[in-house]
Design a protein around this ligand. Sequence first.
Ligand SMILES: *[C@@H]1O[C@H](CO)[C@@H](O)[C@H](O)[C@H]1NC(C)=O
Length: 298
Amino acid sequence: MSSSSCSCSPWGLSTLFLAFLMVASVMVGAYGGNFYQDFDITWGDGRAKILNNGHLLTLSLDKVSGSGFQSKNQYFFGKIDMQIKLVPGNSAGTVTAYYLSSQGPNHDEIDFEFLGNLSGDPYILHTNVFTQGKGNREQQFYLWFDPTKDFHTYSILWNPLHVIFLVDGIPIRDFKNKEAIGVPFPKNQPMRLYSSLWDAEDWATRGGLVKTDWTKAPFTASFRNFQASACIWSSGKSSCGRRRAGSASTAGDGWFDQELDAASQRRLRWVQKNYMVYNYCTDVKRFPQGLPPECLHS
Ligand SMILES: *[C@@H]1O[C@H](CO)[C@@H](O)[C@H](O)[C@H]1NC(C)=O
């Protein structure tokens, strides 16, 4: 494989360097596919399992414990895709989390959390963005399909100008870089990918009114087809693998300077109009001193 890489030190991302990276849109590291290779099971005492030669991972939850895994790699910008099939049936009280996070008190975090429900009632997809240790940027959505029947693709596109959340390729949220108006953006710390299945019956379903039915345990969620086109952080350097000369283009091409085109923006508005159930940016009661600044310049 004739892959070369750029060795870059992101804390020194000068404008010039950024401009260079944006032009060099060939840099992709299509990466993927095997849970043994890409992840470590971190907790759950046997409740997380890698199956099918590394092509499938299942998490389970019972009254004693949930379970979780994390990526071996740390990423410093990337397009991360995972297919997930959520806990079927009565999943009230359960939370399946799938997120990028850095470490430390001023951590950055990009969250997908799936809040379970009674059989036949809709899951809520809860999203949040933490920058420098501060979150409080929740947006919640219903999905336009039953997420427990089949696998669906949940993606995070993270580049220096956008954090875009996508479901089956449809953007549901675009957190833009608004450092120009003083809003911190996650771009100074590498992040790992984490996932877990745990119980949050105190708040997850209808605000905690519906508790977990432990007679239905164990609850299981499944993961497959992990793909990361990403810059990988290692020993203080970020390497953005290049596409192999002559190889077919990969799904991740162009993610580093990707923005939503007009068609994607229409789809985003369609989701927000029809499926959004909570938006911190319109919650004036919660922010009596005024909405967060990023909400006022959208
Ligand atoms: C669960 O179903 C109820 C009733 O349809 C709905 O109000 C709620 O938003 C659903 N989701 C969660 C996670 O509570």
